[in-house]
Design a protein around this ligand. Structure first.
Ligand SMILES: C[S@@+](CC[C@H](N)C(=O)[O-])C[C@H]1O[C@@H](n2cnc3c(N)ncnc32)[C@H](O)[C@@H]1O
Ligand SMILES: [Zn+2]
Length: 275
């Protein structure tokens, strides 16, 4: 079984008539009508609505669905396709999956056939998981923290993380030996022209990718291109970035009014193997 109880860490077993999950100590978790499981007990919540807000989630969906990050997503899936094992189900997890854009891209572009794909997504934001589950009934979405993931040991063939927090020990624990970790992190030029509006001086930071111990890098790719979002899409992009909260309305007005704004994207894709 994929899940462990978030309270006592014993296996969770599916209860057929109700579709809910139970552990041997009788902790139980219902399946929501949209098909996701909430495995975040109230005592593990640090705030009432942890994770990204509904507004951020909607902005991200609006922007991503317009296809601006699709070249990156395609490269992610081509890396996955390259390392998949023929005739074997690939169990995959997207950590901090948000509203599920990358899970949907994987399902659409995975070359092994949908029967051989067991796709999971985890996010601490309930509104995002609800939106993800509604759009992709074949995948398994849960509300839980990446700091304490309620999955069995050595369960996944591939764990990926696109701009989201995670815990190295947990990633190591749930990934099989010879399984993969795929990280997407921002390169030094990512959203440069947007940052120029926000900061007095934009600096190119050196990119240092830290892998959990026991993971050895097998491949790295840099994906760079420019995008030309319209006014509404620029606002959505601003809202989904970490610097959104520090942008004054005068600055966002300038971004909105800028003529033919072209923005660089820059992504680093790192694939590592657990040895
Ligand atoms: C920048 S967003 C990235 C979402 C998605 N991967 C994407 O690139 O579109 C970060 C995501 O991590 C989630 N998140 C933040 N803290 C988390 C935690 N402790 N456990 C799980 N998810 C978390 C947020 O709710 C949000 O959906
Ligand atoms: Zn339990």
């Amino acid at each position: 079984m994929p899940y462990i109880c978030p309270i006592c860490q014993t296996s969770l077993v599916k209860h057929m008539p109700s579709q809910g999950y139970y552990c041997k100590n009788n902790h139980h978790f219902d399946l929501a009508k949209e098909g996701y499981l909430n495995l975040l007990p109230a005592q593990h919540k640090k705030s009432k609505e942890p994770g990204d807000s509904r507004a951020m989630m909607r902005a991200r969906r609006h922007f991503l669905e317009a296809g601006f990050y699709q070249p990156m997503a395609k490269t992610v899936v081509s890396m996955i396709n390259k390392y998949k094992v023929e005739n074997k189900t690939m169990r995959m997890l997207d950590i901090g999956c948000g509203e599920g854009y990358y899970c949907r891209q994987i399902e659409a572009l995975y070359s092994g056939g949908n029967e051989s794909l067991d796709l999971h997504g985890i996010d601490i934001a309930k509104n995002a998981i609800l939106a993800a589950a509604k759009k992709q009934p074949n995948a398994h979405f849960i509300v839980a923290s990446s700091q304490r993931m309620p999955y069995a040991n050595n369960f996944f063939d591939l764990v990926m993380r696109v701009y989201a927090p995670s815990n190295d020990d947990e990633v190591k624990r749930i990934t099989k030996t010879n399984g993969f970790l795929l990280l997407v992190t921002p390169g030094s030029r990512h959203l440069w022209q947007l940052k120029e509006f926000i900061y007095k001086e934009v600096k190119e930071h050196s990119i240092d990718i830290k892998l959990p111990t026991m993971f050895k890098q097998v491949e790295s790719q840099r994906v760079r291109y420019t995008i030309k979002p319209d006014q509404e899409q620029r606002m959505a992009l601003l809202q989904m970035t970490p610097f959104a909260w520090r942008v004054k309305s005068e600055v966002s007005n300038r971004i909105l009014r800028a003529n033919k704004l072209e923005i660089e994207t820059d992504f680093i894709l790192t694939l590592a193997k657990k040895i």
